[in-house]
Design a protein around this ligand. Structure first.
Ligand code: SF4
Length: 279
């Protein structure tokens, strides 16, 4: 495997932080709607055309209003509620919240030696090829993620979960895409620290060129062989014969009657390496 690391995105240089000064609480003139594209998620901050994202103008307005509200938590909670899912049609049960940091198309590891599969083999890339909606949704998630702080995200998550009828006890960050830089990993770690022990926060990452040892509360499944600092490796194999004798096979490979969340192997830090058959 090449030692070269993917082209890392930079942690956002700036994000809009409302119009109050922290010391005096005085307000400055708020940006008008037609100024927002220069202030919130300007095009130069992302590797795609931000203005092409469905709903971007409304999203910028909502971020501005959340930042400027005297109590922005309610507005942030509504934004996260509109951009978080619980379970998916694949492996994950409804007891697990899922929040993405970006699209699989924009994944920093896509097409690099760090990813276990080819650039168009990833299940999330294939889903984005089939429908364009997830790309817009996940890019909005990325922009929200870049503007919200860990504490507000964690509190919003707890509020959303409290309103749900079914039990929720875990959060997966992310499902598509991957950590773009160390700042993403540290934010997920801070969220995990705030949410523990009530909620388990876990991830699968091929961004093993980051310093994964900085994640402690966050359970890290490394999806390649570079597992330094991770809790375990989560390895895709062509054939079950490739699973070593002491390797654990993902129970979901063997029965459809189990979901991530019911099965806690990837959520806990103490299980061994896990193997799953390529689909
Ligand atoms: S081992 Fe368990 S938690 Fe991990 S992917 Fe398989 S079913 Fe989900």
């Amino acid at each position: 495997m090449s030692e070269a690391t993917p082209n890392q995105a930079q942690a956002p240089l700036t994000s809009y932080k409302g119009n109050r000064t922290p010391t005096t609480g005085n307000t400055f003139e708020s940006p008008d709607d037609d100024e927002l594209e220069h202030v919130i998620a300007p095009d130069w901050m992302y590797p795609y055309d931000v203005n092409d994202i469905e709903g971007i103008h409304e999203l910028r307005r909502r971020i501005r209003d959340a930042e400027e509200a005297l109590n922005g938590l309610k507005a942030w909670t509504e934004l996260i509620k509109d951009h978080i899912t619980f379970g998916n049609s694949g492996k994950v049960g409804k007891t697990v919240g899922i929040y993405n940091l970006n699209t699989a198309h924009d994944c920093v590891n896509r097409g690099t030696d760090y990813c276990q599969v080819g650039p168009d083999e990833c299940y999330a890339v294939r889903a984005e090829h089939r429908q364009v909606h997830p790309i817009h949704y996940r890019r909005r998630q990325e922009i929200i993620w870049d503007h919200i702080d860990a504490s507000t995200f964690a509190t919003a998550f707890k509020r959303i979960v409290r309103r749900k009828r079914n039990r929720v006890d875990a959060l997966r960050i992310p499902q598509s895409g991957d950590f773009r830089h160390q700042h993403d990993l540290l934010k997920a770690e801070e969220i995990a620290r705030i949410l523990q022990p009530q909620y388990k926060v876990y991830t699968y990452t091929a961004s093993t060129w980051l310093d994964l040892s900085e994640a402690d509360a966050l359970t890290v499944n490394a999806s390649n062989e570079h597992a330094a600092g991770a809790d375990r490796r989560f390895i895709v194999v062509e054939d079950t014969e490739d699973i070593p004798q002491n390797g654990i096979q993902c129970p979901k490979d063997l029965t459809d009657d189990i979901w991530c969340g019911q099965c806690q192997l990837c959520l806990d830090s103490d299980a061994g390496d896990i193997y799953t058959k390529k689909i």
